[in-house]
Ligand binder design. Structure first.
Ligand code: ASP
Length: 322
């Protein structure tokens, strides 16, 4: 490999570490079984690359929760501060990789590369995709031009802000929407499509990191969808439940709105009742592509181009306090 520098590999589980009882079984497996050091040992091209390995968790990322995020953020902050580390790779399940990558991007804002990778086939598959993704991710983490939080899968490098899982089964399950991928990884070489300016590295928000590491829970932000017949009943039920049990009170609601941020009038009525009670509401679009175009006249702010799940995280972080 051309690149150099110590890379730290943090394992969190996912299908990349999944095992099935039959080798041909690509769906009936258990995620998060194989240790990350064993995954690395299965990639001969990584021999000789300076690496340190840590198992942060072994979780199916559909079950991702604050505790894993806190451990991961703490270990990332530790390793990124080390002068001898050129980049970090995180192995993760595909289901919520876009949420974890966006969280790390928002909180740590690293200038060094933090490269998430994953697989759509378990380690026991006839043709697992994890080894190539892992090799590509280690390549990107050691590349002199790589920076910030990216996700590497199926030969493409995606920025954390834009990445979304768009396919439930194909090995190239990710897409960066209108922005497109940042780069392709081809035989150990990066071919940039946007240039490195595509990933924004800023000063880390140490206050936010500390608040997050100390939080017992994230502020409750619920996700509702506008659809034909959306009558707002779910929003009113949340407000009723929250009135009798404060732990259920929604501090924020993200509405996955139709098209350019439009909301069924009956749901909009319930959301304005929630806003009148102090609940922060944000509109994202449920469309796979495009964004809600800002409209200062709309009483519900837009998500600044974030998808519903990322807007939910952004609002939770904002509610965590200054
Ligand atoms: N359920 C798995 C996970 O997210 C799916 C995957 O990794 O592809 O951990």
């Amino acid at each position: 490999m051309r690149n150099s520098g110590l890379r730290v590999i943090l394992g969190t589980g996912g299908t990349i570490a999944g095992k099935a009882s039959r080798p041909g079984d690509n769906v009936g497996y258990v995620a998060g079984q194989v240790k990350v050091e064993d995954l690395l040992a299965g990639v001969p091209a990584l021999q000789g690359v300076p690496m340190e390995v840590e198992q942060v968790d072994q979780i199916d990322s559909k079950d991702m929760h604050l505790g894993v995020w806190q451990r991961l953020l703490a270990r990332l902050a530790h390793h990124l501060a080390r002068e001898d580390v050129s980049g970090v790779v995180v192995t993760h399940g595909t289901d919520t990789i876009e949420e974890t990558a966006y969280l790390v991007h928002s909180v740590l804002r690293p200038s060094k590369p933090v490269v998430f990778t994953c697989a759509m086939r378990p380690a026991t598959a006839l043709v697992p995709d994890g080894p190539q993704n892992l090799l590509d991710a280690v390549t990107v983490a050691g590349h002199p031009q790589a920076q910030g939080v990216v996700v590497v899968c199926a030969g493409q490098v995606h920025a954390a802000e834009h990445l979304a899982k768009v396919h439930s089964y194909r090995t190239d399950a990710f897409d960066s929407g209108d922005a497109g991928p940042l780069a392709s990884v081809e035989e150990g070489q990066l071919r940039w499509h946007h240039g490195v300016e595509g990933v924004s590295a800023q000063a880390p928000d140490n206050g936010l990191l500390q608040r997050l590491l100390q939080a017992e829970a994230l502020p409750r932000v619920e996700l509702v969808t506008s659809h034909a017949g959306a009558d707002g009943g779910v929003v009113r039920a949340m407000l009723r439940a929250g009135a009798s049990d404060t732990s259920l009170w929604p501090q924020g609601i993200v509405v996955a709105a139709t098209g350019n941020g439009t909301v069924h009038r009956d749901l909009a009525q319930a959301l304005s009742e929630a806003m009148a009670k102090g609940v922060r509401v944000v509109r994202a679009t449920r469309c796979a592509r495009g964004r809600v175009i800002p409209d200062p006249a709309n009483p519900i702010p837009d998500s600044a181009g974030l998808s519903p799940v990322k807007a939910r995280l952004a609002l939770a972080l904002a509610l965590l306090g200054p």
